[in-house]
Design a protein around this ligand. Structure first.
Ligand code: PRX
Length: 695
């Protein structure tokens, strides 16, 4: 059951792809059972006032710009790139690419030969433009009333001090630095400090367990790990430093030793004296960093030098180190941010994502700061102390652009409108959604209740791998359809292909692929270019394969239908079923496990695990709990299964392959849709599983 090996196998097993064209298949299992019969015709127009002030104010204007971006990508992107600072301009070719495996190694390069620095462009450049006194970040802590702020000039000071310290301890261009921090301002500061000196940051979401953190450290072998002693999530303290300590023990067992653990003292959560310490390795941030100068020379790097690594889940148990480089990523995140949120310098922007995920990289840190925006960084939980917290923050900072995930929208929606309407929210002008398909009723609640029917919603479809938005509304340019990510961003050519990789035109459903590269595309999987090619470029030669299903309606709108591989999306967090299976089978009493995603009212998808115990071991509630604990310990709390289904056996083909299609049907109680079970090695397994459904 544990994944591994060839990911192509999963393409053959993509059971949930809607077959054929048409809207009924589009909704299957993804839009939470709502009937979309009329959704295609449900158009929500931006107001005339909104469109008139928008950067792109009509479909026609978009079409002209889009056409140019496709006909002349080099001209289109180099014009935009010229607005940024380059120490040296690129070589004559703006980009070069081969994404067709049949023609050789896959490679993508943008602005090759140019030298620049993302930190310089995101911070110094804004100061030079006279905006040093503008607020770069507002910070809102876990408890209401805990807050802080930094102007661009102050941000530069902080970034430089840390950059100087990192240089002082021997971090130089090309070295990896792992960052395991909560949403303190020190997190984006640490990312920018790395970028300033050409070091490659790898942020690990602070909800990952010691084992997951260790796995990532072992893969990228950082010189330094940056963390803090503890954080409060709602009322609960989490001792991050202890998690790092445990991870580093695990790393040294695997021959990877990290010489320095720079620890920020988060006094609001825990005092220094209560923090476990390893002299010689552990250093308090506050003891060293403030002693360093507030200016630090920029390391000019090639546009194709790595900026960061971010691990994400795939079809196998081993997370993939998605590598993004400097120049293309910079231009792409800045441009997508600007247009999809119709950014104006007066905006106050808040994205609820954590910097541990790609959204926090591209749209908390880089995209907004590259535009000189004011960003709200929120450390706490959105329902603490109560479900009105988000709107309290919106009013407090006069947030104009609010970007979040459907799972949060659904959970707040469930808590009732009073939590929203109690606050003014008058400052809001644009809303955004990301991470999973947004079901139309959540879309409408977001639009009507949160946005008072005044704010367009940018439902942005993209991925860790794409670096930035790929399919997204431009809020003033065309009417939206609740639940549709609408049209491609400039330079992006989405195509829908059938099982054989043939492009399907017009109204259709199929696998979503992208033709040609775009500047923000990832360049490789760290240390594993073969896996990069196998996973993303071999399934449908000539295209980048996204792993998502998609329909296109009669008006050309795109409707994402969710993953078609063995990846599930829980509360907007991407988790490989194989990772959870591997955590389950590490439990000494678990013989085999198979995990599938099922519809979940709030999380979008829930985690449903079929577990076969070692011969003779009886089922028990205690055992169920310890299996769930095994997953929490190995991956993190967010990956804990919602349901353990005891399985005397798993449905397998004669060649031993688990038929997940059948498991998905059993998990979602669609028993009359099991399909043909006669090819199973032992068809009676299915009846046994059904009999144990509610145990
Ligand atoms: O399935 C798609 C879903 O999230 C996947 C990417 O996950 P990750 O790399 O963790 O990045 C999440 C943030 C960009 C996609 O393959 N997804 C993301 N945004 C949307 C979405 N599905 C539908 N609509 C979206 N707006």
């Amino acid at each position: 059951a544990v994944g591994g090996g060839d990911e192509l196998r999963h393409v053959e097993d993509m059971a949930d792809l809607p077959s054929g064209a048409g809207k009924s298949s589009r909704v299957k299992g993804v839009i939470l059972g709502e009937s979309l019969a009329s959704e295609e015709d449900d158009l929500v127009f931006p107001s005339r006032d909104f469109s008139q002030q928008a950067l792109v104010s009509s479909l026609q204007q978009y079409q002209e710009m889009y056409k140019r971006s496709i006909d002349d990508p080099a001209g289109f992107w180099s014009e935009i790139a010229s607005e940024f600072h380059w120490k040296k301009k690129w070589d004559s070719e703006v980009y070069s690419e081969n994404i067709d495996v049949s023609k050789g190694t896959v490679m993508i390069e943008w602005f090759k030969g140019a030298t620049t620095n993302v930190c310089y462009n995101a911070v110094d450049r804004n100061i030079e433009a006279g905006n040093g006194g503008k607020i770069a970040m507002y910070w809102e802590g876990n408890e209401p009333g805990q807050d802080g702020q930094l102007t661009y000039a102050q941000l530069l000071d902080k970034v430089c001090q840390l950059a100087n310290y990192l240089k002082h301890v021997g971090v130089s261009k090309g070295d990896a630095v792992v960052i395991y921090l909560p949403m303190l301002m020190e997190l984006p500061i640490a990312m920018l400090a790395c970028a300033r000196i050409g070091a490659i940051h790898s942020v690990v979401f602070a909800g990952f367990s010691a084992e997951s953190l260790a796995q990532r450290i072992i893969d990228c072998k950082p010189k330094v790990v940056i963390t803090c002693n503890a954080v409060r999530r709602g009322a609960k303290p989490i001792f991050l430093k202890e998690i790092v300590d445990n991870a580093l023990v695990e790393c040294s067992k695997n021959g990877v030793s990290v010489g320095l653990c720079l620890t920020y003292e988060n006094q609001l959560a825990m005092t220094r004296k209560d923090t476990k310490w390893q002299d010689g390795r552990d250093v308090w941030w506050q003891d060293v960093v403030p002693n360093f100068p507030t200016t630090c020379e920029v390391e000019w790097v090639d546009a194709e030098d790595p900026l960061f690594l971010l691990y994400t889940s795939g079809s196998t148990g081993k997370p993939k180190g998605v590598l993004h480089t400097t120049g293309g990523y910079m231009i792409y995140t800045a441009t997508t941010f600007k247009y999809a949120f119709d950014y104006k310098p007066s905006d106050i922007y808040w994205c609820t994502a954590d910097c541990g995920w790609i959204t926090g990289h591209s749209y908390v840190t880089y995209g907004p700061l590259l535009n000189g925006a004011t960003v709200v960084v929120f450390e706490g939980a959105p329902n603490y102390p109560d479900s009105g917290r988000c709107w309290d923050i919106v009013d407090k900072y006069k947030v104009t652009i609010f970007y979040t995930a459907p799972t949060l929208i659904r959970s707040l929606m469930r808590d009732g409108n009073e939590y929203v309407t109690r606050y003014s929210r008058k400052s809001l002008r644009i809303l955004g959604s990301v991470g999973e398909p947004i079901n139309p009723s959540a879309w409408r609640w977001f639009f009507n209740v949160v946005g008072d029917s005044q704010c367009p919603i940018s439902d942005t479809w993209w991925q860790t791998e794409t670096g930035g938005f790929m399919i997204t509304p431009l809020p003033g340019a065309w009417p939206q359809k609740p639940g549709s990510a609408t049209f491609p961003f400039f330079g992006v050519q989405p195509v829908i292909v059938d099982e054989k990789g043939k492009e399907i035109e017009g109204e259709c459903s199929g696998y979503l692929c992208i033709k040609k590269s775009w500047p923000g595309a990832f360049r490789t999987l760290y240390g594993d270019h073969d896996r990069y090619e196998t996973t993303y470029f071999k399934p449908f030669p000539g295209y980048y394969f996204t792993g998502d299903g998609c329909s296109r309606d009669k008006d050309g709108y795109h409707w994402l239908t969710g993953r078609v591989d063995d990846v599930i999306n829980v509360s907007g967090h991407r988790i490989g079923t194989a990772e959870i299976e591997s955590a389950l089978v590490s439990h000494p009493l678990c013989a085999e496990a198979a995990v599938v995603g099922v519809e979940h009212e709030v999380k979008g998808q829930g985690i449903y695990a079929f577990v076969t115990l070692v011969e003779g071991v009886p089922y028990s509630e205690e055992l169920r709990k310890s299996l769930v604990l095994a997953v929490r310990n190995q991956i993190g709390a967010f990956a804990a299964p919602d349901k353990i289904h005891w399985a005397p056996g798993l449905p397998k083909t004669r060649s031993g392959k688990i038929m997940r299609r059948i498991l998905r049907k059993i998990a979602s109680k669609q028993l009359n849709e099991l399909g043909d079970t006669s090819t199973l090695a032992d068809p009676s397994v299915v009846d046994q599983l059904i009999a144990l459904s509610d145990c």
